[in-house]
Design a protein around this ligand. Sequence first.
Ligand code: PLP
Ligand code: SF4
Length: 327
Amino acid sequence: MTSAPQYTATDAADHPAMNHSVEIPTNFPAGARNAAEAFPFLAPPALAARLMAERGEGPLSRQFLPTVEELQEVPGYTTDPLNESCTQKIPGLITKYPGRVLLKVTTGCVVHCRFCFRRHDRATPTPMRPRAFRPALEAIAADSSLREVILSGGDPLTLSDRRLERLAVRLADIPHLKRLRIHTRAPVFLPKRITPRLIRILTGSRLTPIVVVHVNHAAELDSPARAALARMVDAGIPLLNQSVLLKGVNDDVESLAALCEALIDARVMPYYLHLLDAVAGAAHFEVPEARGRELMIALRACLPGYAVPRLVREVVGLSSKQGILYA
Ligand SMILES: *Cc1c(COP(=O)(O)O)cnc(C)c1O
Ligand code: SF4
Protein backbone atom coordinates (compact mmCIF):
# COMPACT_ATOMS: atom_id res chain seq x y z
CA MET A 1 0.00 0.00 0.00
CA THR A 2 1.35 3.43 -0.90
CA SER A 3 1.53 6.00 1.82
CA ALA A 4 -0.88 8.91 1.69
CA PRO A 5 0.38 12.34 0.69
CA GLN A 6 0.54 14.84 3.50
CA TYR A 7 -1.06 18.23 3.28
CA THR A 8 0.09 20.63 5.91
CA ALA A 9 -0.99 24.05 6.94
CA THR A 10 2.34 25.02 8.42
CA ASP A 11 3.40 27.14 5.48
CA ALA A 12 0.05 28.86 5.27
CA ALA A 13 -0.11 30.15 8.78
CA ASP A 14 2.02 31.48 11.53
CA HIS A 15 -0.21 30.81 14.49
CA PRO A 16 1.05 27.78 16.47
CA ALA A 17 -2.49 26.34 16.72
CA MET A 18 -2.45 26.11 12.93
CA ASN A 19 0.34 23.57 12.73
CA HIS A 20 -2.01 20.76 11.89
CA SER A 21 -1.29 18.21 9.28
CA VAL A 22 -3.87 15.76 8.13
CA GLU A 23 -3.64 12.82 5.82
CA ILE A 24 -6.09 12.30 3.06
CA PRO A 25 -7.60 8.82 3.45
CA THR A 26 -5.65 6.11 1.60
CA ASN A 27 -8.81 4.59 0.18
CA PHE A 28 -9.65 7.78 -1.65
CA PRO A 29 -10.52 7.45 -5.34
CA ALA A 30 -7.84 8.73 -7.71
CA GLY A 31 -10.09 11.53 -9.00
CA ALA A 32 -10.49 12.87 -5.50
CA ARG A 33 -6.71 12.84 -5.07
CA ASN A 34 -6.31 14.79 -8.29
CA ALA A 35 -8.86 17.31 -7.06
CA ALA A 36 -6.79 17.64 -3.89
CA GLU A 37 -3.73 18.38 -5.96
CA ALA A 38 -5.46 21.35 -7.57
CA PHE A 39 -6.78 22.63 -4.22
CA PRO A 40 -5.34 20.77 -1.21
CA PHE A 41 -7.43 18.99 1.36
CA LEU A 42 -7.03 20.85 4.65
CA ALA A 43 -8.78 20.14 7.93
CA PRO A 44 -7.79 20.41 11.60
CA PRO A 45 -7.53 17.00 13.33
CA ALA A 46 -10.87 17.25 15.15
CA LEU A 47 -12.71 17.98 11.91
CA ALA A 48 -10.76 15.28 10.07
CA ALA A 49 -11.91 12.75 12.69
CA ARG A 50 -15.52 13.82 12.14
CA LEU A 51 -15.08 13.50 8.37
CA MET A 52 -13.85 9.94 8.78
CA ALA A 53 -16.83 9.20 11.05
CA GLU A 54 -19.20 10.48 8.34
CA ARG A 55 -17.63 8.02 5.90
CA GLY A 56 -17.76 10.50 3.07
CA GLU A 57 -21.50 11.10 3.24
CA GLY A 58 -22.79 14.02 5.19
CA PRO A 59 -22.84 17.80 5.40
CA LEU A 60 -19.21 18.01 6.56
CA SER A 61 -17.77 15.55 4.04
CA ARG A 62 -19.58 17.24 1.22
CA GLN A 63 -18.07 20.61 2.14
CA PHE A 64 -14.51 19.54 2.88
CA LEU A 65 -13.57 16.27 1.17
CA PRO A 66 -12.19 16.58 -2.37
CA THR A 67 -14.24 14.82 -5.05
CA VAL A 68 -13.78 13.96 -8.69
CA GLU A 69 -16.69 16.27 -9.60
CA GLU A 70 -14.36 19.24 -9.02
CA LEU A 71 -12.38 18.32 -12.11
CA GLN A 72 -15.35 18.80 -14.44
CA GLU A 73 -15.17 21.87 -16.62
CA VAL A 74 -18.55 23.57 -16.68
CA PRO A 75 -19.26 26.56 -18.94
CA GLY A 76 -19.66 29.79 -16.95
CA TYR A 77 -17.55 28.55 -14.02
CA THR A 78 -14.25 30.43 -13.92
CA THR A 79 -11.16 30.74 -11.74
CA ASP A 80 -11.88 34.33 -10.67
CA PRO A 81 -15.70 34.64 -10.70
CA LEU A 82 -15.75 37.98 -8.87
CA ASN A 83 -13.01 39.46 -11.03
CA GLU A 84 -11.01 40.24 -7.90
CA SER A 85 -7.73 40.39 -9.74
CA CYS A 86 -9.05 43.61 -11.34
CA THR A 87 -10.50 45.24 -8.20
CA GLN A 88 -7.16 44.78 -6.43
CA LYS A 89 -4.84 47.57 -7.56
CA ILE A 90 -2.91 47.67 -4.29
CA PRO A 91 -1.68 44.29 -3.00
CA GLY A 92 -4.26 42.74 -0.67
CA LEU A 93 -6.74 45.63 -0.87
CA ILE A 94 -10.21 45.29 -2.41
CA THR A 95 -11.93 48.64 -2.63
CA LYS A 96 -15.21 47.98 -4.40
CA TYR A 97 -17.48 48.51 -1.34
CA PRO A 98 -18.24 52.12 -0.32
CA GLY A 99 -17.17 53.06 3.21
CA ARG A 100 -15.35 49.81 3.80
CA VAL A 101 -12.36 47.99 2.38
CA LEU A 102 -11.34 44.40 2.33
CA LEU A 103 -7.80 43.61 3.36
CA LYS A 104 -6.74 40.11 2.38
CA VAL A 105 -4.07 39.47 4.99
CA THR A 106 -3.26 35.88 4.08
CA THR A 107 -4.30 33.10 1.74
CA GLY A 108 -4.01 30.60 4.60
CA CYS A 109 -7.18 28.99 5.96
CA VAL A 110 -8.13 26.83 8.93
CA VAL A 111 -9.99 24.49 6.60
CA HIS A 112 -10.39 24.30 2.85
CA CYS A 113 -13.98 24.52 1.63
CA ARG A 114 -14.34 22.83 -1.73
CA PHE A 115 -16.73 25.54 -3.01
CA CYS A 116 -14.48 28.48 -2.04
CA PHE A 117 -14.65 31.28 -4.62
CA ARG A 118 -10.98 31.99 -3.90
CA ARG A 119 -9.90 28.37 -4.37
CA HIS A 120 -7.73 29.33 -7.34
CA ASP A 121 -6.18 32.29 -5.55
CA ARG A 122 -3.54 30.47 -3.53
CA ALA A 123 -0.42 31.66 -5.34
CA THR A 124 0.44 34.82 -3.41
CA PRO A 125 2.83 34.38 -0.47
CA THR A 126 1.04 33.51 2.75
CA PRO A 127 0.69 35.30 5.09
CA MET A 128 1.47 38.77 3.75
CA ARG A 129 4.60 40.22 5.29
CA PRO A 130 4.06 43.30 7.45
CA ARG A 131 6.05 45.38 4.97
CA ALA A 132 3.78 44.29 2.13
CA PHE A 133 0.83 45.92 3.92
CA ARG A 134 2.36 49.36 3.82
CA PRO A 135 0.78 50.49 0.52
CA ALA A 136 -2.61 49.17 1.66
CA LEU A 137 -2.38 50.93 5.02
CA GLU A 138 -1.30 54.14 3.30
CA ALA A 139 -4.25 53.94 0.93
CA ILE A 140 -6.65 53.34 3.84
CA ALA A 141 -5.18 56.29 5.75
CA ALA A 142 -5.52 58.51 2.67
CA ASP A 143 -9.22 57.77 2.08
CA SER A 144 -11.29 59.53 4.74
CA SER A 145 -14.53 58.07 3.34
CA LEU A 146 -13.61 54.71 4.90
CA ARG A 147 -15.20 53.70 8.21
CA GLU A 148 -14.50 49.99 8.31
CA VAL A 149 -11.72 47.57 7.45
CA ILE A 150 -12.68 43.96 6.82
CA LEU A 151 -9.86 41.50 7.41
CA SER A 152 -10.33 38.63 5.05
CA GLY A 153 -8.22 36.01 3.35
CA GLY A 154 -7.96 33.14 3.55
CA ASP A 155 -8.65 33.34 7.22
CA PRO A 156 -7.18 36.28 9.17
CA LEU A 157 -7.18 34.24 12.40
CA THR A 158 -4.45 32.05 10.92
CA LEU A 159 -2.17 35.00 11.68
CA SER A 160 -0.43 35.02 15.05
CA ASP A 161 -1.81 37.20 17.84
CA ARG A 162 1.32 39.33 17.57
CA ARG A 163 0.74 40.10 13.90
CA LEU A 164 -2.96 40.71 14.42
CA GLU A 165 -2.28 43.00 17.31
CA ARG A 166 0.21 45.05 15.30
CA LEU A 167 -2.24 45.35 12.46
CA ALA A 168 -5.11 46.31 14.79
CA VAL A 169 -2.95 48.99 16.42
CA ARG A 170 -1.95 50.45 13.07
CA LEU A 171 -5.55 50.52 11.89
CA ALA A 172 -6.72 52.11 15.15
CA ASP A 173 -4.21 54.91 14.50
CA ILE A 174 -6.12 55.89 11.36
CA PRO A 175 -8.58 58.46 12.75
CA HIS A 176 -11.46 58.06 10.28
CA LEU A 177 -11.81 54.30 10.89
CA LYS A 178 -14.55 53.21 13.30
CA ARG A 179 -14.82 49.44 12.90
CA LEU A 180 -12.67 46.39 12.40
CA ARG A 181 -14.43 43.37 10.95
CA ILE A 182 -13.00 39.86 10.76
CA HIS A 183 -14.30 37.10 8.50
CA THR A 184 -13.26 33.72 9.87
CA ARG A 185 -14.01 30.04 10.27
CA ALA A 186 -11.63 29.65 13.22
CA PRO A 187 -14.15 29.85 16.11
CA VAL A 188 -15.98 26.84 14.67
CA PHE A 189 -13.18 24.61 13.36
CA LEU A 190 -10.24 25.73 15.49
CA PRO A 191 -11.97 26.80 18.72
CA LYS A 192 -8.69 26.82 20.68
CA ARG A 193 -7.66 29.76 18.49
CA ILE A 194 -10.15 31.90 20.44
CA THR A 195 -7.77 32.66 23.29
CA PRO A 196 -8.10 35.28 26.02
CA ARG A 197 -5.30 37.19 24.30
CA LEU A 198 -7.10 37.25 20.95
CA ILE A 199 -10.25 38.47 22.68
CA ARG A 200 -8.26 41.22 24.41
CA ILE A 201 -6.83 42.32 21.06
CA LEU A 202 -10.31 42.55 19.56
CA THR A 203 -12.01 44.23 22.50
CA GLY A 204 -9.06 46.39 23.55
CA SER A 205 -8.98 48.42 20.33
CA ARG A 206 -10.55 51.82 19.78
CA LEU A 207 -12.26 50.22 16.79
CA THR A 208 -15.56 48.40 17.26
CA PRO A 209 -14.93 44.72 16.53
CA ILE A 210 -17.38 42.66 14.47
CA VAL A 211 -16.76 38.99 13.75
CA VAL A 212 -18.48 37.25 10.85
CA VAL A 213 -18.26 33.46 10.99
CA HIS A 214 -19.09 31.06 8.19
CA VAL A 215 -21.31 28.12 9.13
CA ASN A 216 -23.35 26.19 6.57
CA HIS A 217 -24.86 23.38 8.62
CA ALA A 218 -25.89 22.95 12.25
CA ALA A 219 -23.64 19.87 12.48
CA GLU A 220 -20.64 22.23 12.41
CA LEU A 221 -21.66 23.71 15.77
CA ASP A 222 -20.37 21.07 18.16
CA SER A 223 -19.80 21.91 21.79
CA PRO A 224 -16.19 23.21 21.48
CA ALA A 225 -17.37 25.50 18.66
CA ARG A 226 -20.33 26.76 20.67
CA ALA A 227 -18.03 27.40 23.63
CA ALA A 228 -15.61 29.44 21.47
CA LEU A 229 -18.47 31.51 20.06
CA ALA A 230 -19.77 32.04 23.60
CA ARG A 231 -16.36 33.33 24.74
CA MET A 232 -16.51 35.98 22.03
CA VAL A 233 -20.12 36.98 22.65
CA ASP A 234 -19.52 37.09 26.41
CA ALA A 235 -16.67 39.52 25.73
CA GLY A 236 -19.13 41.79 23.92
CA ILE A 237 -18.08 41.06 20.34
CA PRO A 238 -21.05 41.11 17.93
CA LEU A 239 -21.15 37.87 15.96
CA LEU A 240 -22.81 37.41 12.57
CA ASN A 241 -22.92 34.40 10.30
CA GLN A 242 -22.73 34.03 6.58
CA SER A 243 -23.60 30.81 4.80
CA VAL A 244 -23.48 29.62 1.25
CA LEU A 245 -26.52 27.80 -0.15
CA LEU A 246 -24.99 24.45 -1.16
CA LYS A 247 -26.56 21.52 -2.93
CA GLY A 248 -26.43 18.42 -0.75
CA VAL A 249 -25.42 20.40 2.34
CA ASN A 250 -28.18 22.83 3.28
CA ASP A 251 -30.58 23.11 0.32
CA ASP A 252 -33.63 21.94 2.26
CA VAL A 253 -35.87 23.80 4.73
CA GLU A 254 -35.12 21.49 7.66
CA SER A 255 -31.33 21.96 7.41
CA LEU A 256 -31.57 25.72 6.97
CA ALA A 257 -34.08 26.18 9.80
CA ALA A 258 -31.96 24.00 12.11
CA LEU A 259 -28.88 26.03 11.17
CA CYS A 260 -30.58 29.37 11.87
CA GLU A 261 -31.93 28.17 15.21
CA ALA A 262 -28.57 26.70 16.24
CA LEU A 263 -26.90 30.02 15.38
CA ILE A 264 -29.44 32.07 17.34
CA ASP A 265 -29.06 29.73 20.32
CA ALA A 266 -25.30 30.33 20.10
CA ARG A 267 -26.06 34.11 20.00
CA VAL A 268 -24.82 34.44 16.43
CA MET A 269 -27.12 36.43 14.11
CA PRO A 270 -27.78 34.92 10.68
CA TYR A 271 -26.61 37.60 8.23
CA TYR A 272 -26.23 36.42 4.65
CA LEU A 273 -27.20 33.31 2.74
CA HIS A 274 -25.10 33.55 -0.42
CA LEU A 275 -25.97 32.02 -3.72
CA LEU A 276 -22.90 30.13 -4.94
CA ASP A 277 -20.26 32.09 -6.82
CA ALA A 278 -19.56 30.43 -10.17
CA VAL A 279 -16.04 29.26 -9.40
CA ALA A 280 -14.49 26.49 -11.49
CA GLY A 281 -14.63 23.21 -9.58
CA ALA A 282 -17.78 24.00 -7.59
CA ALA A 283 -20.58 23.63 -10.16
CA HIS A 284 -21.89 20.52 -8.39
CA PHE A 285 -22.82 22.74 -5.41
CA GLU A 286 -25.09 24.98 -7.48
CA VAL A 287 -28.64 25.58 -6.20
CA PRO A 288 -30.89 27.48 -8.64
CA GLU A 289 -31.98 30.95 -7.56
CA ALA A 290 -35.65 29.95 -7.80
CA ARG A 291 -35.05 27.18 -5.26
CA GLY A 292 -33.30 29.72 -3.03
CA ARG A 293 -36.39 31.93 -3.12
CA GLU A 294 -38.65 28.99 -2.25
CA LEU A 295 -36.46 28.09 0.71
CA MET A 296 -36.54 31.69 1.96
CA ILE A 297 -40.35 31.76 1.86
CA ALA A 298 -40.43 28.52 3.83
CA LEU A 299 -37.92 29.87 6.38
CA ARG A 300 -39.90 33.07 6.83
CA ALA A 301 -42.94 30.93 7.57
CA CYS A 302 -41.30 28.96 10.39
CA LEU A 303 -38.73 31.24 12.03
CA PRO A 304 -38.80 34.58 13.85
CA GLY A 305 -37.77 37.42 11.51
CA TYR A 306 -34.44 38.00 13.25
CA ALA A 307 -33.38 34.40 12.58
CA VAL A 308 -33.77 34.66 8.80
CA PRO A 309 -30.66 35.64 6.81
CA ARG A 310 -30.73 37.78 3.67
CA LEU A 311 -30.51 35.83 0.43
CA VAL A 312 -27.84 37.54 -1.68
CA ARG A 313 -25.57 37.12 -4.61
CA GLU A 314 -22.36 38.87 -5.50
CA VAL A 315 -22.53 40.56 -8.90
CA VAL A 316 -19.35 41.74 -10.61
CA GLY A 317 -19.42 45.52 -10.95
CA LEU A 318 -22.01 46.16 -8.21
CA SER A 319 -20.80 48.03 -5.14
CA SER A 320 -22.90 45.94 -2.74
CA LYS A 321 -24.52 42.54 -2.60
CA GLN A 322 -27.59 42.04 -4.73
CA GLY A 323 -30.49 41.11 -2.47
CA ILE A 324 -32.74 38.42 -3.95
CA LEU A 325 -36.41 39.29 -3.46
CA TYR A 326 -38.65 36.37 -2.69
CA ALA A 327 -42.02 37.56 -1.42
C1 PLP B 1 -19.90 41.06 0.37
C2 PLP B 1 -18.62 40.80 0.92
C3 PLP B 1 -18.01 41.69 1.82
C4 PLP B 1 -18.64 42.99 2.26
O1 PLP B 1 -19.85 42.72 2.70
P1 PLP B 1 -20.97 43.52 3.45
O2 PLP B 1 -21.23 42.59 4.57
O3 PLP B 1 -22.07 43.59 2.47
O4 PLP B 1 -20.44 44.80 3.93
C5 PLP B 1 -16.80 41.31 2.32
N1 PLP B 1 -16.17 40.19 1.94
C6 PLP B 1 -16.72 39.33 1.09
C7 PLP B 1 -15.99 38.09 0.73
C8 PLP B 1 -17.95 39.60 0.55
O5 PLP B 1 -18.46 38.72 -0.31
S1 SF4 C 1 -12.39 29.33 4.98
FE1 SF4 C 1 -13.16 30.89 3.56
S2 SF4 C 1 -11.36 31.49 2.31
FE2 SF4 C 1 -10.86 29.53 3.33
S3 SF4 C 1 -11.44 27.94 1.88
FE3 SF4 C 1 -13.22 28.24 3.20
S4 SF4 C 1 -14.49 29.76 2.12
FE4 SF4 C 1 -12.42 29.85 1.23
